[in-house]
Design a protein around this ligand. Structure first.
Ligand code: GLA
Length: 388
């Protein structure tokens, strides 16, 4: 499938721009095994890239004009880099503008043609936007020989989300889009940006359960959670009488001891983040020991905490978890990504993967959620140049 989209994109580029692209790059979507809403709290995350990718074909055109074509949207648009302002109508172009704008501070970027295509489902919590922006950064940086260290790529991608798109997202998604390795999750310490590959044990597979809904409140609520976590940090700093720079500096015991002194909601938010960090560390150790049952238990605990403490789940995500947890062959299940719709994931016995995927989808639909679908995700690898 990925080979086909690459070929189609090059063909499309040729039809649109009358020549072949100078470069084609790609980056993957992701699921997060565990470690949700911890990345903007300097915590741990454990994402896995999936075998769905976004491809960017690009070529120099000279001058000031940038022209971009999106295969999925069937839309073409143009802009000049100096007028690279936020656009409400052509939202997808903001990523390209952001990338060209920020990279032009590090090297000379001229007018460029782009054709972009993707197999990462959009609006499904699988980080299609990080796949998109990382593949664009890779294309522009290679095209103009901008000297970027690998680690600068996710950092730049995060800045684009924060400054050009207006979502205060963390580093997890672009980080995995850049550094992922097939067959492994990446344990990232978002405080130090140190990371380690954690192999997925033999014999288990990941199912992605797409809810088919994306709530309009998602961005607002996401930014609100981030704000609440900051308020919890300020509050804990003063109650604990020690320097707390992030929720990473607080232990579970410390937090339990101050429950009555804190605002209830802020306490719940902090409780999720602090216990989730602990679960990520335990899950990584269990994966290394091949203890799939324990990994599954951690996934369910994470989901419960996201429901009741962080309050970012929803009826559709809960329905998937409820269905999956009742079936033999499912080790664990939870929502993945920011929440409020998007997708859930299940870790299942590979021998039963097909049957379980069908059963879960059937049961979800029978509960009245017609737009859902379940697919088996293979692990993917980080961004790369496909063709020079
Ligand atoms: C979104 C953001 C990530 C992360 C998750 C929640 O995917 O882009 O940075 O915060 O939500 O874990």
């Amino acid at each position: 499938m990925e080979g086909d989209i690459k070929k189609d994109l090059i063909k499309l580029y040729r039809e649109e721009f009358g020549r072949i692209p100078d470069i084609v790059t790609s980056a993957p979507g992701r699921i997060n095994l565990i470690g949700e809403h911890t990345d903007y709290n300097q915590g741990y995350v454990l994402p896995v890239a999936i075998d769905r990718r976004t491809f960017t074909a690009a070529g120099k055109r000279g001058g000031e004009l940038f022209i971009a074509f999106s295969k999925e949207l069937g839309k073409k648009t143009s802009f000049e880099i100096l007028q690279g302002k936020f656009e409400h109508t052509n939202f997808w172009v903001n990523y390209i503008k952001g990338a060209c704008n920020l990279l032009s501070a590090q090297g000379k970027i001229e007018g460029t043609n782009f054709a972009i295509g993707s197999t990462v489902p959009r609006g499904s919590g699988l980080s299609s936007s990080a796949a998109y922006v990382v593949s664009i950064i890779e294309a522009v940086a290679h095209l103009y020989g901008v000297d970027l260290k690998d680690i600068e790529i996710p950092v730049l991608a995060q800045r684009i989300e924060n400054e050009f798109i207006g979502v205060q997202s963390g580093i997890m998604d672009p980080f995995v889009a850049k550094f992922a390795r097939e067959g492994s999750a990446i344990l990232i310490d978002t405080k130090t940006l140190e990371y380690r590959y954690i192999p997925i044990p033999e014999g288990c597979s990941i199912l992605v359960c797409v809810t088919g809904v994306k709530r309009a409140i998602a961005t607002t609520e996401y930014n609100k959670r981030r704000q609440e976590c900051q308020e919890a940090v300020a509050c804990l700093s003063s109650i604990l009488k020690k320097e707390v720079t992030s929720l990473r500096d607080v232990s579970i015991d410390e937090l339990r001891n101050v429950e009555r002194e804190m605002d209830h909601v802020l306490h719940l938010r902090a409780l999720h983040v602090v216990t989730e960090n602990d679960r990520v560390v335990k899950t990584s150790a269990a994966l290394l020991n091949g203890d799939k049952e324990f990994v599954g238990d951690m996934m369910l605990e994470s989901h419960m905490s996201l429901c009741s403490n962080f309050q970012v789940s929803g009826p559709e995500l809960n329905a998937y978890v409820d269905i999956a947890e009742s079936l033999d062959g499912v080790y664990g299940s939870r929502m993945t990504g920011a929440g409020f719709g998007g997708s859930a994931i299940c870790l299942v016995d590979s021998k039963a993967e097909d049957e379980l995927a069908k059963k879960i989808e059937r049961e979800y639909k029978s509960r009245g959620y017609e737009n859902g679908c379940v697919f088996i995700a293979r692990t993917g690898s980080g961004s790369r140049v496909e063709r020079n």
